[in-house]
Write a protein that binds this ligand. Structure first.
Ligand code: HEC
Ligand code: HEC
Ligand code: HEC
Length: 462
């Protein structure tokens, strides 16, 4: 075959495969079943258990235990009701199912059979023990920044986890999604491997924050917008992303959609307790708070805050003034359905019912998160400091798509808030994705259902 033609053919094939592979990734990360196991069923005990003074490699093991919190490994590697870190959590896609792996010390199926080098290859290069590509559902594109010393510490801790002989189920993915080699195409387009390099022009706290946020913490996996191949969109870091039908808000200095009006203490309080004067942590942030940030040290949370507060403000999206009719109808619905908790002036009761004026979740350019909360309800992450789980009731059964659109438009454009208006079809589309019925006459038996539906959602909204 003509050489040029062959290479053109190869490039075309490569592009097709990148798209196919990224499709798998896209669906996996957006599928509600990607939602890690519910907070109530994984215990944080093993993440916080005191490692006795005399234990082997005690300092290293303690450090590794802490880093497992930072990386939120438990959320994905622990199955609902299963043994700690024994894997098996199913990530459903319309093409098939992928399972997380066993990270316990088991010598047949867990880390007991690995070397520290192989473990480092998984975090650093995205390779399995046998050297095959891992799917980027494992956040190696971020965890690649982990230093060798930290990788070895995590490995040392994992080797102390009681063996649970849970065979990793083989992924149920049909051709071509089962061809791991094709992930190389995705990697070529999206994966920059390399350990964290400190920036000497920045403070120690900023550098520590950068290491935690961009490395093990993989905050950008949710908070950065994605490109067509589902890599992080370059030049738009932390400007907000959407997955699992939730919106992970802008974390830049933008005062309307981002953290511009939060000070560093506000960020620390939110990450450690799940609440502050501005917002409550719900949606897919609830697990991050429960299994990761709420059990991190204060200096590390302060370092994260230092890093986030230094992010330049992302751009504002211009919104045309909301329709007066929609605002009037929305105000009436608000007064009936919402003001009992969020109060007539929207100010709510900070740390119980989040205030809506200036609220970033309410004002994201992508309204998926705010519509999700109103349609399906939501729970605030319970933490040691604030253990009571607060719930926002679901309104999907009570309000029509038109009414939810109007009340959303109203809260997005009142009390100084400004954001695009919501259409009825946006609500209808998300209602369908969340598999909520349209029967507004029937009250659900549980008015506060779990925030994510259990069934697989195909082609979730973008
Ligand atoms: C967002 C979910 C998620 C998080 C968070 C996560 N993982 Fe994973 N991990 C996965 C999935 C899914 C796989 C399987 C990927 C595959 O089959 O290609 C995996 C695979 C792995 C593997 C490869 C295992 C093998 O047999 O080759 C290792 C090692 C690993 N993870 C370690 C970790 C550690 C350590 C952490 C925390 C620092 C972590 N993971 C956090 C989802 C996650
Ligand atoms: C699995 C996805 C996911 C990951 C990973 C994640 N977040 Fe979030 N985050 C969200 C979602 C979704 C929300 C919105 C929560 C809500 O609607 O109540 C959020 C909210 C927040 C907020 C509050 C924003 C506001 O204006 O109300 C902060 C601050 C935050 N996250 C910081 C972080 C940091 C720091 C990390 C990394 C350590 C991180 N997040 C990792 C999904 C994620
Ligand atoms: C029974 C009390 C209650 C009622 C009634 C209520 N909410 Fe909420 N709302 C809450 C709680 C609690 C939260 C925090 C849940 C979480 O952590 O996501 C919340 C969260 C929110 C948020 C997200 C704010 C953030 O920072 O994450 C928005 C937006 C919101 N409510 C709008 C509404 C609208 C619109 C209505 C009426 C249709 C309404 N709420 C009715 C209690 C209520």
């Amino acid at each position: 075959m003509n050489r040029n033609l062959k290479s053109v053919g190869q490039s075309v094939a490569a592009v097709v495969f990148i798209v196919l592979v990224s499709l798998v990734y896209r669906v996996m990360t957006m599928d509600p079943s990607y939602m890690p196991a519910q907070a109530s069923t994984i215990s944080t005990a093993a993440l916080t258990a005191q490692i006795p003074d005399g234990a082997q490699d005690v300092d290293m093991v303690r450090r590794g235990q802490y880093l497992v919190r930072v990386g939120d490994c438990a959320s994905c590697h622990t199955m609902d009701g299963g043994a700690f870190l024994a894997g098996g959590l199913a990530l459903n896609t319309p093409f098939g199912t992928i399972y997380s792996t066993n990270l316990t010390s088991d010598v047949d199926v867990g880390v007991g059979r690995w070397s520290a080098d192989q473990f480092y290859d998984a975090l650093h290069h995205g390779k399995s023990m046998s050297g095959q590509n891992l799917y980027p559902a494992m956040p190696y594109p971020y965890m690649t920044q982990t230093t060798r010393m930290d990788s070895d510490a995590i490995f040392a801790f994992l080797k102390t986890i009681p063996a649970a002989h849970v065979q990793a189920r083989s992924n149920d993915l049909p051709f071509p999604f089962n061809v791991r080699l094709l992930v190389s195409g995705w990697n070529a387009a999206n994966f920059k491997e390399g350990e964290f390099k400190p920036d000497p022009s920045q403070s120690e706290a900023w550098n520590r924050g950068s290491y935690l946020v961009n490395g093990l913490g993989h905050c950008a996996a949710c908070h950065s917008p994605k490109s067509v191949t589902e890599g992080d969109k370059s030049g738009h870091a932390f400007q907000g992303g959407t997955l699992d039908s939730w919106t992970a808000p802008d974390l830049t200095g933008n005062t309307r959609t981002g953290l511009g009006s939060w000070n560093a203490d506000d960020i620390v309080e939110y990450l450690s307790t799940g609440r502050n004067a501005h917002a409550n942590a719900g949606g897919s942030m609830a697990e991050v708070v429960a299994f990761s940030t709420s059990i991190m040290t204060k200096p590390d949370l302060e370092a994260i805050a230092t890093y986030l507060k230094a992010l330049p403000a992302g751009p504002d999206v211009t919104a045309t003034a909301a329709d007066a009719g929609a605002m009037k109808r929305g105000a009436e619905i608000y007064s009936d359905a919402c003001s009992s908790c969020h109060m007539a002036d929207g100010k709510g009761q900070p740390r119980l019912f989040p205030p809506l004026p200036g609220n970033a979740v309410a004002q994201q350019n992508d309204p998926t998160g705010v519509l999700h909360i109103i349609l399906a309800g939501d729970r605030t992450a319970p933490t040691d400091v604030r253990p009571s789980p607060l719930a926002m009731p679901s309104f999907g059964w009570k309000l029509t798509d038109r009414e939810i659109a109007d009340v959303s438009t109203f809260i997005r454009n009142s009390w100084g808030n400004k954001a695009t208006s919501i259409t009825e079809s946006q609500v209808a589309k998300l209602r369908k994705t969340l598999q909520l019925g349209t029967d507004t006459a029937k009250e659900p038996t549980d008015t506060n259902p779990p925030s994510a539906p259990k069934a697989t959602t195909v082609g979730a909204s973008g």
